[in-house]
Structures are given as C-alpha cells and as structure tokens.
Design a protein around this ligand. Structure first.
Ligand code: PGA
Length: 255
C-alpha cells in the first residue's frame, strides 16, 4: 500500500447471519482485533442485524451497509434510505456489487446515482467494479473497468472524490476460491489509480483507497496487501468467521 493511505478491511456478509449470529460474530471479532492505527475495520451485515449491532459496544469496528436506495424516501418497496442507515450509525455503503449488478439489474447509471446520494448524505461509498472471466479472456478487462469507473463516478467533484472507496472485484474470483495473483490485481489497481488521476488529478487519486475483493483469505492477504496500489480488502466468505477475518486484519500490522 502507498504510504499516504490507511488500510481498510471490510467484511461483506452478504445474505448470511441472523440477528443473534451477527451479535456473536461482531462481539467475537471486536474482542480479537488489536488496536492498529493503520487500519479501519468495517463489517457489512444484512439490514436486519444493523439495529442490534448499532447498540453493541464494538468500538473497534465501523458499520457498513450492503446496499441502499438513493432517494430520500418514498414508494420504493423493500428499500432502505441513507437516513435510515445513518440513524443506526452506519458509515459505509457498498455500491454496485457484482451480485447486485448481475441478479438485480443494477446499471452503471444507478450505481452513479447511489454514489452521489451516499456522498450527499455523508456515507462513504465502496463502489465495486470488476470483469467477468469471458471479458478477461477477451482482453476486455481494462475497457470494462474504465467504463464502470467513469460512469460510476460521473458528476463527482474533487473534494467528494477523496472520500470514495473503490473495490476491484474480478467476478471470476468472487466466492470461487480463485484469487487474482497479487501481480495481476496490482496491474488493475494501478490502472484504476491512473484513471482516477486523469479524472480528479494526481493528488486526489493518491488519497482514494482501492480495495481488492475476490477470495481474499488469511493465506493470501499479506501478499495482496503488500502491493503498492492495494489499500485493503472487501472480504466475503472469510469475513464470516471472526478468526479468519481477524487474521486478514492482522496482516496489515506487519506491512
Ligand atoms: P469472497 O467475496 O471473499 O467470498 O470471494 C468477496 C465479495 O463478493 O465482496
């Protein structure tokens, strides 16, 4: 990781953990993590667990949401607003995860609306981008990433851009056990940083965190996090157990 940035390790629990299980996991994790000024720790549980977790004394962990709706309120059955999340002390929100793009039809335009709304509401967006295996095999990775980044960050000013977090998650690596090699991930992260530099200028681009996601686990975390443009991880499977998630967090200690 570049020296001017702080690590961010975020757990994406997806549709896992009941309220009671969430309390247990978050409490176990909070007890395990040791203080380290160089890393922010975030968990993104299902909506149903957020209210309970917001009342837990888990001071070392910040709360994030897996999704939200960009409108302030209204007739959007099944959706949750930024204001509802902030009432529960949620600080981060995952936007445009590939599962939402693929299974729930989220477009780059909707992703962009959410990024704008998150910033306007004081939530930190974690905007996800990533290519499919077909796109990678067809040498389209950089085109796909460029399209997702430029469309997702349309109409974002420089001051707001600093707060945005990008997660590079190659779809072929999510939940498959197949991790991108550190070199391959770094190549795309460097490309994203260069794009951000073109859009917002070099100074701002150095401040934006770019996380890697896709089968990050204790065994590979250190080598990935050691790369210059990898500033943390968005972790699915390995965030569902306190010891494996903590081992990934601990990898930031020795870097
Ligand atoms: P995984 O998921 O760590 O289970 O591959 C990552 C993600 O989808 O955010």
């Amino acid at each position: 990781m570049g020296s001017s940035r702080k690590f961010l390790i975020a757990g994406n629990w997806k549709m896992n953990k009941t309220g009671a299980e969430a309390i247990e996991l978050a409490s176990d994790l909070n007890a395990l993590v040791t203080k380290n000024k160089n890393v922010d720790i975030v968990i993104c549980p299902p909506f149903t667990a957020l209210a309970d977790l917001s009342k837990l004394p888990i001071s070392k962990i910040r709360l994030g949401s897996q999704n939200f709706h960009p409108a302030a309120n209204g007739a959007f059955t099944g959706e949750i607003s930024a204001e509802m999340l902030k009432e529960l002390h949620v600080e981060y929100v995952i936007i445009g995860h590939s599962e939402r793009r693929e299974y729930f039809g989220e477009t780059d335009k909707f992703v962009n609306e959410k990024v704008i709304s998150a910033i306007a509401n004081g939530l930190i967006p974690i905007m996800c981008v990533g290519e499919t295996i077909q796109q990678r095999d067809a040498n389209e990775t950089f085109d796909v990433i460029k399209q997702q980044i430029t469309a997702g960050l349309t109409n974002i000013d420089k001051i707001s851009a600093e707060k945005i977090v990008i997660a590079y998650e190659p779809i072929w690596a999510i939940g498959t056990g197949k991790t991108a090699t550190p070199e391959l991930a770094q190549e795309v992260h460097a490309f994203i940083r260069e794009l951000l530099s073109k859009i917002f200028g070099p100074e701002i681009s150095k401040k934006i965190k770019i996380l890697y996601g896709g089968s990050m686990k204790p065994e590979n975390a250190r080598d990935l996090l050691n790369k210059h443009d990898i500033d943390g991880g968005l972790i699915g499977g390995a965030s569902l157990k306190a010891d494996s998630f903590n081992a990934i967090i601990a990898a930031t200690n020795i870097l």
